[in-house]
Write a protein that binds this ligand. Structure first.
Ligand SMILES: [Zn+2]
Length: 286
């Protein structure tokens, strides 16, 4: 009799997880701004065990687990239908269903800027070209950074408090009459020396006072390669490796590099994709 019970118990222990597997299909929850240039922040249910990756198209992936959310960026020219496939094995083979998102089209302005010194549009001398190349290498190294944090999920504040919006994300730019790449940041016009605040907690990845196009430049990683890039600064108050808190003063507005007047250009680049910083400011953390 005892043997029989022991046998039954073994059978139950053996089959229970297998029965459970077919019911272990879980779903991510994603919230954000479903528009070109927007983003979603996705999280897994607490019951999901193990580490996963989200494949969000064009071979791009990012990590996600029940303890660590993921920010998925949509480029200015993103497809309007996005499938987020979740890959990776958990210890007990929980399956996460793909998430389908439908975006709306972005609407973009046309901005004309005249009176820029010609050498700042296309570098002319060999010396200028070498400087641009050296700057490019520094930036490439910075973009590879991935802070193991999700500070971006706690919301963003304006980096310049009192300012005038002088440029928006997505505009088609015409510089001295030449059509150029679209503007992929947000511009805050303010007098030279106006304080710049960290828009969210971050680690400083690159701090360089003298880049050819950008002038004084800061790159901050807000976690998982969600990066702020800040241009034209007159003063930098932090250095690479510093950890900064939201609201902390990190530099001052200037007109260094390719700039016609004092302003902060603030871009958000997420693992190679620029998104609209304004949408991060609008995002309400739940
Ligand atoms: Zn700008």
């Amino acid at each position: 009799m005892i043997k029989l019970y022991a046998g039954l118990l073994c059978l139950l222990l053996f089959t229970a997880p297998a029965l459970g597997n077919s019911q272990r299909s879980l779903e991510m929850s994603c919230g954000g701004e479903l528009v070109q240039g927007g983003f979603v922040i996705c999280s897994l249910p607490k019951t999901a065990s193990g580490n996963y990756q989200i494949n969000y198209g064009n071979g791009k992936t990012t990590d996600i687990s029940s303890a660590h959310p993921a920010l998925i960026p949509f480029s200015r020219n993103s497809a309007l239908h996005i499938e987020l496939a979740v890959i990776g094995a958990s210890t007990d083979q929980q399956e996460i269903q793909p998430t389908h998102l439908q975006l709306t089209k972005g609407t973009w302005a046309i901005e004309r800027i005249d009176g820029l010194p010609p050498g700042k549009i296309t570098p002319r001398t060999l010396e200028q070209q070498r400087k641009v190349e050296a700057d490019w290498i520094k930036k490439q190294a910075a973009w590879k950074h991935r802070a193991n944090a999700s500070w971006y999920a706690n919301g963003f504040v304006k980096p310049v408090e009192k300012s005038r919006i002088s440029g928006v994300y997505g505009s088609q730019r015409i510089l001295n009459g030449q059509p150029k790449n679209p503007h992929l940041g947000f511009d805050f016009a303010a007098p030279k020396g106006t304080k710049i605040h960290a828009p969210a907690n971050a680690i400083v990845v690159l701090a360089d006072p003298d880049m050819y196009f950008e002038g004084g430049l800061l790159i901050l990683d807000h976690g998982d390669g969600v990066m702020s890039v800040m241009l034209h600064l007159s003063r930098l108050d932090v250095k690479a490796g510093d950890v900064v808190n939201q609201g902390e003063v990190i530099g001052a507005v200037g007109a260094t590099g390719r700039s016609t007047g004092p302003h902060l250009h603030w871009g958000i680049k997420v693992r190679g994709t620029y998104i609209n910083p304004k949408l991060l400011l609008d995002y309400q953390v739940k």
